[in-house]
Design a binder for this molecule. Structure first.
Ligand code: SAM
Ligand code: DTB
Ligand code: SF4
Length: 349
């Protein structure tokens, strides 16, 4: 396989990001689509299925979340699922075309108990199906991250959700630094990082720019960045927030694509409120991953059939498992470079 050297810039300044984010929308989409073509196969979309393996009753106060125990939402609380049931669901997702399987638990943090042992078992078993296994279980210490890595965990999802400045308006039961610390433990254990955020929380454009700045200046970019539109849940403090504007979603995806060119940018929660044309704009702007299956964790999502029809219409195909990050056969060079050097590198390709 030919090795091509592509530069990945991770010393973006806030001003540079502001300038990109604020570009006229069609210019921004064109630029993001161009970067996407340079780094990725634009026909490929990673198809990932979610399963809530432990639902509700969470002690945290995340203002958007249906699973926080303190809000009166309509979900049914459910203790940790049995491994065999999880495995049967994963097999179904695989048969429907998913190559990645993400198990979510409504926990503040992982505890070293029998439940964690069962999750390790689930990771091993799903891995044996040949799917990329991802988990989102809350905070992890370094030993827990290591155990998950040893069990074959491919990715860990842990979102920053918004800017550090706005974080406290949304969550008060943990800090931004707690989040960054877990991400560090995940990275050190050799697990790939899935980390993104939500728009529609009441944050400003500047908060979105700052969150993208944090993500794109990490020592290594997350391999996967989910961009969620807030799903407004009755009973949560954010239930009456305005619906996310599709153009805001497109702007966010396009900026993420330009800043983190080799990352899988996932068009995540919120697709049931988007038309196929609107989703097509998101793919054009550089999104190359979706959650598929008629449920996210607790809320509805388009069915496999609807997504297959959309893929056929748009000429998209599911990305095979374990292709790694978008440029797996390409050397990643996290040089702290400036824009000029980056341009030179690009034009030399
Ligand atoms: N408890 C773990 C945690 O918070 O990391 C894992 C599960 S939690 C539900 C996973 C992610 O789902 C959150 O970080 C948040 O970004 C996203 N999420 C939760 N509720 C949402 C909503 N109503 N709309 C959009 N995204 C949401
Ligand atoms: C992510 O960024 N979004 C997913 C996944 N990672 C875990 C979760 C979305 C949850 C939406 C609300 C729900 O279904 O409960
Ligand atoms: Fe708990 Fe995660 Fe929901 Fe926050 S987002 S309340 S930590 S399940």
């Amino acid at each position: 396989m030919t090795k091509i050297k592509r530069m990945i810039k991770n010393n973006w300044t806030l001003n540079e990001i502001r300038d990109i984010y604020n570009e006229p929308l069609l210019e921004l989409i064109y630029r993001a689509a161009t970067v996407h073509r340079e780094y990725n196969d634009t026909a490929e979309v990673q198809v990932c299925t979610l399963l809530s393996i432990k639902t509700g009753g969470c002690p945290e106060d995340c203002a958007y979340c249906p699973q926080a125990a303190r809000y009166h939402t309509d979900i049914t609380v459910q203790s940790l699922m049995q491994t065999n049931d999880v495995l049967a669901y994963a097999q179904k997702a695989k048969d429907a075309g998913s190559t990645r399987f993400c198990m979510g638990a409504a926990w503040r943090e992982v505890r070293d108990n029998k439940d964690f042992d069962r999750v390790l078992d689930m990771v091993k078993s799903v891995n044996e199906l040949g799917m990329e296994v991802c988990c989102t279980l809350g905070m992890l210490n370094d030993e827990q991250a290591k155990k998950l890595a040893d069990a074959g965990l491919h990715a860990y999802n842990h979102n920053l959700d918004t800017s550090s400045e706005y974080y406290n308006e949304i969550i008060t039961t943990r800090t931004y630094d707690d989040r960054l610390h877990t991400l560090d433990n995940v990275r050190k254990a050799g697990i790939t990082v899935c980390c993104g955020g939500i728009i529609g929380l009441g944050e400003t454009h500047e908060d979105r720019i700052k969150m993208l700045h944090t993500l794109s200046t990490l020592p290594e970019h997350p391999e996967s960045v989910p961009i969620n539109a807030l799903v407004r849940i009755k009973g949560t403090p954010l239930e009456n927030n305005p619906k996310v504007d599709i153009w805001d979603m497109v702007r966010m995806i396009a900026t993420a694509r330009i800043l983190m060119p080799a990352t899988m940018v996932r068009l995540s929660a919120g697709r049931t409120e988007m038309s196929v044309s609107e989703q097509a704009l998101c793919f054009m702007a550089g999104a190359n991953s979706i959650f598929a299956g008629d449920k996210l964790l607790t809320t509805p999502n388009p069915s496999f059939e609807e997504d297959n029809a959309m893929f056929a219409l748009l000429g998209l195909k599911p990305r095979e498992a374990f292709k790694g990050a978008a440029i797996s056969e390409v050397e990643r060079d996290y040089a702290t470079t400036n824009d000029h050097a980056l341009q030179e590198m690009r034009s030399g390709l």
